[in-house]
Design a protein around this ligand. Structure first.
Ligand code: AMP
Ligand code: MG
Length: 393
């Protein structure tokens, strides 16, 4: 049985970066940049006014001074190439180019206008209310590194530079396969003994949150159906995520069916709770196969431990340790078993408390959790001691 860290490393060693595609900036939200971006223009590109007011020479605009208003105005969006002479003021608007000869803008609220003159009620200093050329970005300056997540603000910066398309990593195509004769889809009629499929939506939305494209297919516990489905899906997926049927029960056909579909098993079973029967393999097509235990909490935890990091690597996200400091234990946390345990917990102002029953079918506790606390095998964490684990968002 592999240790958790070794299992994850063996998976990551097999994940390659996704192909790079160029796409319109407006479609690239949350995608990962595949190349460095440098400024292609100064921003602002010209000195411009940050206020509606009057362009002046600061030396003329002393307290109580009267300045003659130039007959032309300088609006935003066009450079009228006006020139300011001594003792003059030019009416100017926010974003408009600062006329030659002016070195400050006085706000319209700080003057008294009468006909073709203004009187200064509050003087300005050189540079006041002027946004300087290149004050934010200089042409050639490095703006973003490969691996940067494209947030709304970063998309906006790209457009401000006139950049319309960006190179990003392709999203992985992930097929989710739920298995089990006992399962019916939500909203469908149920016979006694049947249960609703809850892994489908759990894993599809987890794939999407991690940045992949998800499709779900449900398979009966039948080896022939599984073999043909695996053969087809391995050809059209980057990753295959199978839930259920990976254990040692009489109806757990996933492992032999994977083998019959030409998938080479890399490892089966990891020293982690929940999630021990996890299986990982590779198809000759390059598709990577993740077999998750069927219990929903086990499926969720193993997804976080092994599938989410693989999607992150494919997408070019910077690598970071999975377990992060979470806060301090709000109660004694114990693991008497011989496997690393991930417990469902909530962060109450920095104090980490368990969120309900910890059994691997218990979705209510998972639904309340905002973190998974990691406890090493055969150890305990005292109340008030620091804890680490995975933050769920
Ligand atoms: P298995 O790993 O197939 O033996 O499944 C373990 C447990 O998880 C069983 O109680 C299954 O009924 C349950 N289970 C498997 N798949 C799902 C699913 N898609 N939704 C809800 N429960 C499931
Ligand atoms: Mg099953």
């Amino acid at each position: 049985m592999l240790e958790e860290d070794e299992a994850r490393q063996r998976i990551l060693d097999q994940v390659e970066l996704g192909p790079v595609v160029w796409m319109p900036v407006e479609l690239a939200r949350e995608r990962t940049l595949a190349q460095e971006i440098r400024g292609i223009a100064d921003f602002p590109e010209f000195d411009n006014s940050s206020m509606d007011g009057y362009a002046v020479r600061a030396a003329d605009a002393t307290m109580g001074a009267t300045l003659a208003v130039h007959p032309d105005e300088q609006p935003a969006g066009i450079d009228r190439c006006l020139e300011l002479e001594q003792g003059q003021a030019i009416r100017i608007f926010t974003g408009a180019p600062v006329p030659k000869g002016a070195d400050a803008v006085i706000m319209q609220e700080d003057v008294t206008r009468s006909d073709q003159e203004i009187t200064v009620d509050d003087p300005v200093v050189v540079g006041e209310n002027i946004r300087r050329r290149g004050g934010d970005v200089c042409s050639g300056q490095k703006l973003m590194s490969p691996g940067t997540r494209l947030t709304p603000a970063r998309l906006s910066l790209l457009h401000s530079q006139g950049i319309a398309e960006v190179p990003v990593y392709t999203q992985p195509m992930v097929h989710i396969i739920t298995t089990g004769d006992e399962l019916v889809g939500p909203g469908e009629p149920r016979m006694p003994g049947q249960i609703y499929d809850s892994n489908g939506v759990l894993l599809r939305s987890s794939v999407e949150s991690a940045g992949g494209v998800a499709e779900q297919i449900h398979l009966a516990d039948d080896p022939d159906t599984m073999v043909s489905a695996f053969e087809i899906l391995c050809e059209v997926s980057d990753f295959l995520v199978i839930a259920g049927g990976v254990s040692v029960g009489d109806h757990d056909y996933v492992k032999p069916s994977l083998q019959a579909a030409d998938v080479e098993t890399d490892f089966w079973r990891v020293r982690v709770k929940p999630g021990k029967p996890f299986v990982f393999g590779r198809h000759p097509s390059g598709c990577l196969i993740f077999g998750l235990p069927g219990n929903p909490v086990s499926a969720f935890v193993t997804f976080q431990l092994f599938v989410a990091p693989a999607i992150a690597k494919y997408l070019g996200h910077p690598t970071r340790p999975l377990a992060q400091p979470l806060g301090i234990a709000g109660e004694v946390l114990e693991n008497k078993g011989d496997r690393t345990h991930y417990l469902r917990a909530v962060d109450v102002q920095g104090q980490i408390h368990l969120s309900g029953t910890q059994q691997s079918h218990a979705l209510f506790g998972l639904s309340k959790a905002d973190c998974l606390v990691r406890i090493e095998a055969d150890s305990s964490i005292a109340e008030g001691a620091p804890v680490s684990g995975i933050r769920l968002s």
